[in-house]
Design a protein around this ligand. Structure first.
Ligand SMILES: *Cc1c(COP(=O)(O)O)cnc(C)c1O
Length: 400
């Protein structure tokens, strides 16, 4: 809402009172949580005049991310999308190539495939993790082979923080010689069998966009155990300058590097990541325990003990048969009335107008999830009282 004016007419005075005292504070889906040393580190970067372009905080953030994820090499970048774009470039993906992408995800997982002039081939989900279905992936590989084509890479997403069936996907990639890029934009800190999401593939990508579990206000990272790949990523991300005293270029470069100021914020955020994950997991459990009891309501859960999710967002499914046809739209509207943000699950990419001509291997899972699901507020600072308020709204709508 806009700020009311402070003139002394009745209307304005009333509006002012309403603004100050009546309107409830909005509860957001996943707002930034700057509770640690972010500002102190940012101020240190300012005071030392490391504003731009590079500076010591970039290296420090990369080092801290490498330690946290267990990846050998990290390049921090301007966004997660830039990281996917660089990963595809480094694999030599170009015009005429095909790249498999999870269909149930944000468009940013697939857009860079098109930037490279290649064709995304969408793969539907399985029901345990909601991520790329290994069986359908293998069908796609074989079908494309029969058509005389070959999938050059796959972008496998760990959506909402839940690790995909990474073992099976990774095995298929080795067997059919397909490069694995893990989109762990939503899954920083998640793990499979104790190994962090993003470290199974040839490369992994992270995002520090404003709504992610940690944020640098905007940013991303490319991670890999291959030092040469990450060195080349840094080169391409800084306009591909050859080592010469003057500006000389032997390749087309990009302006994709993270700024030193953003990295300083990232260092402060990363120190709190484990606390954020603990908190979001508690939030997920509280939703499951309270709302999961209602008829027709279910939640995405870790399928077995090998899976560890950061529960970036808690996601609720409504079965219309059992809820008497109450769906996400009614719940979303009721929450909005109380100034609470919620959002439907990702609309599958194979159903997006912009990708309508891309091949897709579909089993109906992602479409079903999109029809039935809603993301609930899951911010690291969401209080128990706020969560109770959210649950009450959901309970009221479902008991009508
Ligand atoms: C946020 C996100 C991205 C893109 O990250 P940006 O930093 O916003 O470019 C990619 N994939 C998924 C699944 C995301 O959620």
């Amino acid at each position: 809402m806009s700020l009311p004016c402070r003139r002394d007419c009745c209307d304005c005075a009333l509006n002012y009172v309403k603004f100050r005292f009546v309107e409830k504070k909005r509860i957001y889906l996943s707002p930034p949580c700057m509770a640690g040393r972010e500002f102190a580190l940012l101020k240190r970067a300012f005071d030392s005049n490391w504003i731009a372009p590079a500076g010591p905080d970039l290296g420090a953030f990369e080092q801290a991310l490498a330690e946290y994820t267990g990846s050998q090499n990290v390049a921090v970048l301007s966004s997660g999308s830039a990281a996917i774009h660089l990963a595809l470039m480094l694999l030599g993906v170009g015009p005429g190539d095909e790249v498999a992408v999870s269909s149930f995800t944000f468009a940013a997982s697939a857009n860079p495939v098109v930037y490279q002039g290649a064709l995304p081939v969408f793969i539907d989900s399985e029901t345990d993790t909601w991520n790329i279905d290994p069986q359908l992936f293998e069908e796609a590989i074989q079908e494309r082979q029969r058509a005389g084509r070959k999938l050059k890479a796959v972008v496998a997403v760990h959506l909402y923080g839940m690790p995909c069936r990474i073992k099976e996907i990774s095995d298929l990639c080795s067997r059919y010689e397909i490069a694995l890029i893990e989109d762990a934009a939503e899954a920083l800190g998640s793990a499979f069998e104790g190994r962090r999401a993003g470290t199974f593939g040839r490369m992994g990508i992270l995002s520090f966009n404003g709504n992610k579990i940690i944020t640098t206000s905007g940013g991303g990272a490319l991670i890999s155990d291959d030092a040469d790949l990450i060195a080349r990523a840094r080169h391409l991300a800084t306009q591909a300058r050859d080592p010469a005293p003057y500006y000389q270029h032997s390749a087309i470069g990009y302006n994709y590097r993270m700024s030193n100021l953003a990295a300083a914020v990232g260092c402060g955020q990363l120190e709190q990541l484990d606390t954020f994950i603990k908190r979001r997991r508690e939030i997920a459990v509280r939703y499951q325990q309270r709302l999961g009891k209602l008829p027709g309501v279910s939640f995405l859960k870790e399928p077995s003990r090998e899976y560890f999710s950061n529960f970036w967002l808690s996601t609720m499914l409504l079965d219309p048969v059992q809820t008497g046809n109450v769906g996400w739209a009614e719940v979303m509207a009721a929450l909005e009335q109380q100034n609470i943000e919620s959002r439907p699950l990702w609309k599958p990419l194979h159903l997006q107008p912009v990708f309508k001509n891309c091949p897709a291997f579909v089993n109906g899972t992602a479409e079903g999830l999109f029809a039935r699901g809603l993301c609930l507020p899951s911010g690291s600072q969401l209080s128990e009282a706020e969560q109770d308020q959210i649950c009450e709204v959901v309970e009221t709508v479902l008991s009508r």
